[in-house]
Design a binder for this molecule. Structure first.
Ligand SMILES: Nc1ncnc2c1ncn2[C@@H]1O[C@H](COP(=O)(O)OP(=O)(O)OP(=O)(O)O)[C@@H](O)[C@H]1O
Ligand SMILES: [Mg+2]
Length: 573
C-alpha cells in the first residue's frame, strides 16, 4: 500500500481542484438519487391519482435535474482529467530526469525498450488509475450512498433483503481484481521486451537484411506477440467474466425483490409508486457498482504500473556527486591512475594499473582488442567508478569532485559515433550551445568536415537522420571530432577517433588533432599505429595490464608486443 500512498501524495498539490471536482460529483450523485426518488410521486400522483398540477411539475423537475447533472458531470470530468494528466505529465518528466541521472551501468542493465515502455505505457496506466478511478471512486460511492438511502427510505424491509443478496457480488470482485493485476503485470513486462525487440531490429535493419535474418526476426517477434496475446486474453477473460456474472447475480436479486414487492402491492400494504421508486433506485445502483468494480481493476493496473515506475524513480545512480563534492579546477599537473582494478561484473577487466600522465602530455594506448583500453579511458570521466585504487587529477581523487566540473574539462570522441537526429550544427554544438558561428565553423574545418557539410543540401542546417544515418561513417566521425574540438576542453580522449577515415582524410584530420592536442592532456587509442607515432608516450595494454611503455622508437627496439603489432600492420599495409 506504500505505492498507493505515494500515488495519493502526487495528487496532494491539487487538493483545491480535487475538492471542487468532488463538490460537482456530490451534486451528480445526489441528483441521481433524486431521480429515483421522483418515481414515486410520478407514479402515485400522476398515474394513479391523475393529479394535473403534478403533471406539470414533475417533467419540468426532471428536465432541470438532467440539465444540472449534465453540467456538473462535464465540469468534474474536465477537472479530474486535468488533475490526472497533470500528475502524469509531472511524473513522466520526473521519471525521464531520473533516467537521465543514471550511470551507464543502469543502461546496460535496463534495455531501451523496457525504459521506453515505462515512460509511455506504464505512466498511462497510472493516469487511468488517477483520473478515471478516483472519479469513479468518489462519484460512484456517493451515488451509491444516496441511492441506498432512497432504497431504505422507500421500504426498509425490502432493502434489507436486497442488501443480503447484493454483497454476494462483492466477493468475486475482489478475487477478479487480483487475477487481473497478475495478468496485466505479465502483459506489461512482455510489452517492454516487445518494444526492446522492435527498437533493436528497426535500428539494426541493415544488419538484419545483410544476414537475411528477416524470417528469424519475424519469428522472434511473432513469439513475443503471441505471448502478449495470451497474457492480454487472460486479463480479458477474467475481466469479461466479471460483468456477466455480476449481472446474473443482480438479476436473481431483482427477481426476488419483484416477487416480494409485488406481493406487498397486491395485498395493499404498499403502493406501486413506492415499489417502483424502490426498484428504480435499486436498478440505478447497478451502474455505479459495476463501475466501481472496473475501478478496482483499473486501480490494480495503476498500482502495478506505479510499482515499476517507482522502482526506476527510486534507483539511486551509482555515480553521483558526494554531498561534499568540490569544483575541480582545470588540470595543471596531471592525471594519476593509482593501483586501479576494475570489473564490470565479476571478471576483472583492468588489473593494478599504475600510470601518471603529465598535464599537456599525449599518451597513446594500444593493444589487442578487448584489452581494456576503452574501459580505462572511461574511468576518467567517471562513466564507471574504479573497483579498487583511485584516479587523481592534480592530486585530488576524482570521486571528490563534482561530476559536472570533471566532465566539463574532458572532450571525448567515443569509439562508437553517437549523433542525434538533429541538424549538423546542433550536433557539433552539442554541449557548447553558446558557441559562435565562427567557432563552430572553425571546429568543423579543423575536423576536416567543413567541406562536406557545405555540400549538404542545407549546409549546417541539414538534418542528419537517426544516428546520423544520412552520413557516411567517416563523415559521422568527423562531426563527432568537430564536437570535441568545439568543446575546447583541457583533457582530450580520442578512442579510435579516426578509425573510419581513409588514409587521406586521416592525415588531414590527424594534423588537426595534433594541433588540437598541443597544450592539452590527451589520451589516444588507435589500432593504426601510424596515428600514434608522435605520441609522447605509448602504453601497451594487454588483458587489462600494462605490459610495455615507452615512445615509438624505444618500443620498436624492444622486440616485444608493440613490435609484433607493428610488424603485423606493416606486413598488411
Ligand atoms: N559494459 C560492459 N559490461 C561488461 N563487460 C564489458 C563492458 N564493456 C566492455 N566489457 C568487457 O571488458 C573488456 C575490455 O573491453 P574494452 O572495451 O575496454 O576493450 P578495448 O581494449 O577498448 O577493445 P577494442 O580495441 O576492441 O575497442 C572486454 O573483455 C569486454 O568484453
Ligand atoms: Mg575500445
Amino acid at each position: 500500500m506504500i505505492v498507493f500512498k505515494r500515488l495519493v501524495r502526487l495528487a496532494k498539490p491539487h487538493t483545491a481542484k480535487l475538492l471542487l471536482a468532488m463538490f460537482f460529483m456530490l451534486i451528480v450523485g445526489g441528483l441521481t438519487s433524486v431521480l429515483a426518488f421522483l418515481v414515486k410521486p410520478a407514479l402515485d400522483d400522476i398515474f394513479v391519482e391523475r393529479n394535473a398540477s403534478m403533471l406539470q411539475w414533475i417533467p419540468l423537475a426532471i428536465i432541470a435535474i438532467y440539465l444540472v447533472k449534465g453540467v456538473c458531470t462535464y465540469a468534474q470530468s474536465i477537472i479530474m482529467n486535468w488533475i490526472g494528466q497533470r500528475i502524469v505529465t509531472d511524473l513522466r518528466n520526473h521519471l525521464y530526469n531520473q533516467i537521465q541521472r543514471q550511470s551507464l551501468s543502469f543502461f546496460t542493465k535496463n534495455p531501451t525498450g523496457v525504459l521506453m515502455s515505462r515512460i509511455t505505457f506504464d505512466v498511462n496506466y497510472i493516469q487511468g488509475a488517477v483520473s478515471e478511478a478516483i472519479t469513479s471512486l468518489m462519484k460512484d460511492s456517493f451515488t451509491i450512498l444516496c441511492l441506498v438511502f432512497v432504497v431504505f427510505w422507500r421500504d426498509w424491509k425490502l432493502a434489507i433483503i436486497a442488501m443480503v443478496v447484493f454483497p454476494l457480488t462483492v466477493y468475486p470482485i475482489s478475487r477478479f481484481g487480483r487475477k487481473i493485476r497478475k495478468a496485466v503485470t505479465g502483459a506489461q513486462i512482455t510489452m517492454g521486451s516487445l518494444t526492446s525487440l522492435l527498437q533493436e531490429t528497426i535500428t539494426g535493419a541493415r544488419i538484419v537484411k545483410a544476414f537475411c535474418m528477416e524470417a528469424y526476426e519475424n519469428k522472434r517477434f511473432a513469439k513475443e506477440s503471441e505471448n502478449l496475446l495470451k497474457l492480454f486474453m487472460k486479463a480479458v477473460s477474467v475481466n469479461a467474466l466479471s460483468s456477466p456474472l455480476m449481472e446474473f447475480l443482480g438479476g436473481i436479486g431483482i427477481a426476488v425483490i419483484i416477487f416480494y414487492g409485488g406481493w406487498q402491492v397486491i395485498h395493499g400494504t404498499s403502493t406501486p409508486g413506492t415499489f417502483f421508486s424502490f426498484l428504480a433506485a435499486l436498478i440505478m445502483l447497478y451502474e455505479p457498482i459495476k463501475r466501481l468494480t472496473a475501478t478496482n481493476n483499473q486501480i490494480q493496473q495503476g498500482i502495478s504500473a506505479a510499482e515499476r515506475v517507482f522502482a526506476i524513480v527510486d534507483a539511486v545512480p551509482e555515480i553521483r556527486n558526494r554531498p561534499d563534492a568540490v569544483e575541480l579546477p582545470n588540470i595543471t599537473k596531471g592525471i594519476d591512475i593509482q593501483d586501479v582494478t576494475f570489473r564490470y561484473e565479476e571478471d576483472t577487466v583492468l588489473r593494478n594499473i599504475n600510470l601518471s600522465i603529465r598535464a599537456g602530455e599525449t599518451l597513446a594506448l594500444v593493444g589487442m582488442s578487448g584489452g581494456g583500453k576503452t574501459t580505462l579511458v572511461n574511468l576518467i570521466p567517471r562513466f564507471y567508478d574504479v573497483s579498487e585504487g583511485s584516479i587523481l587529477i592534480d592530486g585530488r581523487d576524482i570521486r571528490e569532485a563534482t561530476i559536472e566540473s570533471l566532465r566539463g574539462q574532458i572532450g571525448i570522441v567515443t569509439q562508437q559515433t553517437i549523433l542525434f537526429n538533429d541538424t549538423v550544427r546542433n550536433n557539433i554544438a552539442y554541449g557548447n550551445q553558446k558557441a559562435s558561428e565562427e567557432d563552430l565553423i572553425a571546429a568543423a574545418r579543423a575536423a576536416n568536415a567543413h567541406d562536406f557539410i557545405s555540400k549538404l543540401p542545407n549546409g549546417y542546417d541539414t538534418l542528419i537522420g537517426e544516428q546520423g544515418m544520412k552520413l557516411s561513417g567517416g563523415e559521422r566521425q568527423r562531426i563527432s571530432i568537430a564536437r570535441a574540438i568545439l568543446k575546447d576542453a583541457p583533457i582530450l580522449i580520442l578512442d579510435e577517433a579516426t578509425s573510419s577515415l581513409d588514409t587521406e582524410a586521416e592525415i588531414e584530420v590527424q594534423e588537426a588533432l595534433e594541433n588540437l592536442m598541443k597544450g592539452r592532456t590527451t589520451l589516444v587509442i588507435a589500432h593504426r599505429l601510424s596515428t600514434i607515432r608522435n605520441a609522447d608516450r605509448i602504453i601497451v595494454l594487454v588483458n587489462g595490464a600494462i605490459i610495455e611503455e615507452g615512445n615509438h622508437e624505444t618500443l620498436l627496439e624492444r622486440q616485444g608486443e608493440y613490435r609484433r603489432l607493428y610488424n603485423m600492420q606493416f606486413r598488411e599495409g
